[in-house]
Design a protein around this ligand. Structure first.
Ligand SMILES: [Fe+2]
Ligand SMILES: [Fe+2]
Length: 289
């Protein structure tokens, strides 16, 4: 295979309780049915509330299984719980091995590597980073072995959280520490990635579309497939719209297309809280999404 077409969707936040998010997923599924990529990747926050509502994960899996293409998955904080950070408050849903195992039961491995069109593709669980769980150390050990066997091939890395805002040594600040791979795990990850020809990092989590290049590596933030977050709750960094990302890989090159499926609607998080889920009390702190 000299061309490999990958479609990244992210932050679908699916549950039986959110018909607006299901409708946006159906529009994405129609687009995927029409375009038939070689692989669909959901880069996390697949379900709405995996740690306390396991049915959200099972329901989300059933919707992916109904699509006529192969799918891979990576966990998000709303699937397995969130990282502790050095500077921010302890997350309301802290990552746990129990949460991780609940995800693995439904979606399979939380990290993977495969090759296609002359590229190495690596998927990581970004939520175990800085957790101190055994699986954090296991993943770093595993990653070292996988990177060592890429043998000079270009590498595309996918994970739920962006590694950083603009640069690896951006200071970690309390108001946004939940948004990126936390220190000091970030430093270790960046160091390990220096050993390979890293061309692409694809992430989700922020619910904003963004595409920038830092040194040799293009960083693509997939928007949410389901909803946006208002400026009142979250600073604007990129483009706030729902959609997906299409990649076309060929040996030694790749293309990126930012796409919005026909019929997708920019649902605001407030609408979901107000009409479809139990609304939390208004908060001044940014939503941890
Ligand atoms: Fe999300
Ligand atoms: Fe997230």
């Amino acid at each position: 295979m000299t061309t490999f077409r990958l479609t990244q969707i992210s932050d679908t936040h699916l549950s039986r309780r959110s018909p607006k998010l299901i409708r946006n997923f159906e529009r994405i599924a129609e687009h995927i049915d029409a375009t038939r990529p070689d692989l669909v990747l959901n880069s996390g926050d697949i379900g709405y509330d995996g740690p306390t509502q396991p049915d959200d994960l099972e329901f989300a899996r059933s919707l992916h299984d109904a699509m006529p293409v192969a799918c891979r998955y990576l966990p998000g904080n709303h699937d397995i719980g969130d990282n502790p950070t050095q500077i921010g408050p302890v997350p309301a849903q802290l990552i746990s091995e129990k949460g991780r195992q609940g995800y693995i039961l439904v979606f399979g491995d939380d990290r993977w590597r495969f090759e296609a069109a002359g590229w190495c593709f690596v998927g990581l669980n970004s939520l175990v980073m800085n957790s101190g769980l055994v699986s954090e150390a296991e993943q770093f050990d595993w990653l070292a072995g996988e990177l060592a066997s890429c043998n000079g091939k270009p590498v595309a890395l996918f994970l739920h959280k962006p590694i950083f805002l603009n640069a690896p040594d951006d200071p970690e600040i309390e108001s946004s520490s939940f948004r990126y791979v936390p220190m000091p795990a970030r430093r270790r990850l960046v160091e390990m990635l220096r050993s390979v020809d890293l061309r692409l990092v694809g992430s989700g989590h922020v619910h904003q579309r963004r595409d920038f290049t830092y040194q040799h590596t293009r960083h693509v933030w997939s928007p949410s497939a389901g909803f946006i977050i208002s400026d009142a709750r979250q600073e604007r960094i990129g483009i706030k719209e729902v959609g997906l990302v299409e990649y076309r890989f060929q040996p030694d090159s790749f293309e990126v297309r930012h796409v919005r499926a026909a019929g997708q609607v920019d649902v605001d998080l407030e609408e979901i809280w107000a009409k479809e889920q139990k609304a939390p009390a208004p908060v001044k702190a940014p939503a941890t999404i």
